[in-house]
Design a protein around this ligand. Structure first.
Ligand code: PXP
Length: 242
């Protein structure tokens, strides 16, 4: 358990804005370097099957430019596995992916997809890439993560972020219990999705959680306050809660 909570900044939506006009601006690598300067401990990027935001060349450019860990979010497909093995990012977070979804809706069914996930995780583990599974805060999913030998799980905080007040307390309890269970079994818990200045505190206060990955809100806030200021403000909320 560590007092310091790492912040991974997800830069996907810098690429979303770039792709809206098809050019090179704004550059996700420039945003990543600014994020690091402002206090990001790592950079997260999701290379989707449809390349709707981050593209293959972004991953190459990030690998070349970054001095902090790159966390590559990827579906458990042969194509993505080949890309991860080629680039060898610090970490790979395996996420479920549906072509028609707007964002990653719900966690990976690690228990139900055990046989599909096992060879992908084994290959990533063998290459020294730190595997994380993006799962719901659920004992059956943690059990699958243990059996799959994933060193990290990232709890999907989307429900926590979007449900009503009363249900939010239940969801928070579920995440806190799951973080304790993961830690007890030697798995490092992370969390992310839908986190904002207003809702990050209770998640940041869960002592076992070692890292948060935050994207959409920070890129949105950057429109008003600038990227560096929005990252510093998120860091302030995280540190205050810890
Ligand atoms: N963690 C994972 C695994 C994700 O897929 C995402 C969204 O791409 C995030 C964190 C960040 O979520 P948000 O953009 O809502 O902050």
């Amino acid at each position: 358990m560590s007092d310091y909570l790492r912040l991974g900044v997800n830069i996907d939506h810098v690429a979303t804005i770039r792709n809206a006009r098809g050019g090179a601006h704004p550059d996700p690598v420039k945003a990543a370097l600014m994020a690091v300067e402002a206090g990001a401990d790592g950079i997260t990027a999701h290379l989707r099957e449809d390349r709707r935001h981050i593209r293959d060349e972004d991953i190459s450019a990030l690998m070349a430019a970054l001095t902090v860990p790159l966390n590559l979010e990827m579906a458990a497909t042969q194509e993505m596995l080949d890309i991860a093995l080629r680039h060898k990012p610090h970490a790979a977070c395996i996420v479920p992916e549906k072509r028609e979804e707007r964002t990653t809706e719900g966690g990976l069914d690690a228990a139900g997809q055990f046989d599909t996930l096992a060879p992908v995780i084994n290959a990533l583990n063998a290459a020294g890439i730190r595997v994380s599974l993006f799962i719901e805060a659920d004992a059956a999913q943690i059990d699958a993560a243990i059996r799959l030998k994933a060193p990290v799980v990232e709890f999907h905080t989307g429900r926590y972020a979007h449900v009503e007040e009363q249900e939010r307390a239940d969801e928070l309890r579920r995440i806190a219990e799951a973080a304790a269970l993961a830690m007890k079994n030697g798995i490092e818990p992370h969390a992310g999705h839908g986190l904002t200045y207003d809702n990050v505190g209770p998640i940041a206060a869960i002592p076992q959680i070692a890292e948060l990955n935050i994207g959409h809100f920070l890129i949105g806030e950057a429109i008003f306050d600038g990227l560096a200021a929005s990252i510093r403000e998120m860091r302030r909320h995280m540190d205050a809660a810890r």
